[in-house]
Every structure is written in structure tokens, then in C-alpha cells.
Design a protein around this ligand. Sequence first.
Ligand SMILES: [Fe+2]
Length: 289
Amino acid sequence: MKKPDVRGFFDPVTATWSYVVYDGTGTDKRCAVIDSVLDYDIHSGRTKTISADRVIDFVTKKQLEVEWILETHIHADHLTGSAYIKEKLGGKTAISKHILKVLETWEPIFHNEEDTPLNGYQFDYTFDNDEVFKVGPFEARIIHTPGHTPADTTYIIGDAVFVGDAMFLPDVGTGRCDFPGGNAEDSYNSSRKLFDLPDDYRMYVGHDYPPSNNRGPQCMTTIAEQKRQNVRVHDGVSKDEYVTKRNKDDFGKDVPKLLLPSIQVNLRGGTFGLSTEGVQYVKLPVDKI
Ligand SMILES: [Fe+2]
């Protein structure tokens, strides 16, 4: 099987990994960008494009052509850079059709239907479960891996598996399951779906939170390593055991600092929506979270 090259970009502020997936042999220039970041300072309300520009510079230097701008889910801890990258480089933005459920969940909190359509048309494309597609010369498909959120999607491109927050590196575990629509049982089931993939497939995570100073941020492991070593879901851990511990550890956790700006911008596909006389706003609903 032809294997894609994967270049990871780490944003230390939100511990997010973004990826460019491309044909390293250079014969096909089409590539996918996965889980990009728009830098946002919550105190000043100011955006920066340092993280997204690193991706853009790489794509430009390699003379790649952005075919897809993919999101694994609606992130709650960073703003997506997808709209900015699309404006600069083109490409189709896409996410799973389960986004519709997330849009429905948050509409009563943000009342944002005016600029955040509930039909998901703010994305160029919404994937069906198990849909097969292509990234340049590579066979690709998606699988639904809910738990962290109800819409979490894993993209499998060649032998590279992009899991978002469904699973983290072996010494970190899995994504929290306490957001609206999150569910620890689903998260366990998703881990088993991922473990059905070939052992030697490479798994790329959406964040890394190194548990000690022994290592810096990393982004890649394999299915086999996860089965053997993932601290929460390795082979032998029962669903009950996992769910009990996941729920206990998530109980009372602080919400991510950028939760409210992230969700509303990401549900809009990475834009700030309607403006008043050229000024754009972030809504902060009071006593709703
Ligand atoms: Fe997330």
C-alpha cells in the first residue's frame, strides 16, 4: 500500500497537533490539512495566524495543492484555522455529518442560527459514516469514533489514522468525555473500533499532554502500541472499568479556557460570523455551562 507522508505542527499554547498529509514522492501535489489552529488570545480577543501560517508556509514550500481541510470534531479548546487556510490556499472544508447533532446541542446556548446554519452548509462537505474518498493518490475513509463528542471522526488515509481526541498517546490515554453529548461508553467502543485496524497502522493524535518532563510533545504511535500500552484502554481493560475511571476523572473538571469562543467559531467552520459595522463579536452566554 502506498503510504502518505505526514507532517505534524504542534501549537504549544493549546497542545494541539495539526497535520499535512501528502505524497512525499512528489508525483501528486494534492494534500489534506487536518485540525488546523487559529491562535486566539482570550484576554484581548485578538487573533493571530502564527500556527496556521506554519502550515501555509510548508504547503507553499512543498508546492502542494490543498484538496481537503478536515476537522476530526468541533474542538472545544482551540479555534480552527480552516477558514483562514481555505482563503489563502483553497481546498474543501469537511467534517462528519454528526456535526448536525452538535449544532443542535449548542443552538439553544448560543442562539446563533443566523450565521451558523443548522444544516451544516457552512462546511463544503459533510461525510457519511464509513465514507470512502481520496486524498491525492491515497485511499481514504472515515469511521465514526464518538465518545469525546458525539461527532468525533477518524480519518484513515493510507496507513495513517487521524483520531482527533478519540485517543491520545499510550501514556496519556483518551479524550475527556464530559462535554455535551460526550459518553465514556461510546469512547470505549470507539477504541475497540480503532483496535480492529491493522497493528502496524500509524496513529496520529489531536493533542499531546506529556505526563512528565521525560519527553516532549509527540504525535505518532501505532495501533499495536495502543493495544499494548494505552493507560486507559489497552487490551484487557473492560468497558465497565474504563467507564468508571473515565467518569470519575472527568467529574468536576474545569472547562477548557477557550471553550465558548472555540465552539461558536468552529461550528461556523472557523469564522466569527455576522459583524456590526465591521466589528465581530464572541458571545459569552452567562450561567449556561
Ligand atoms: Fe477536542
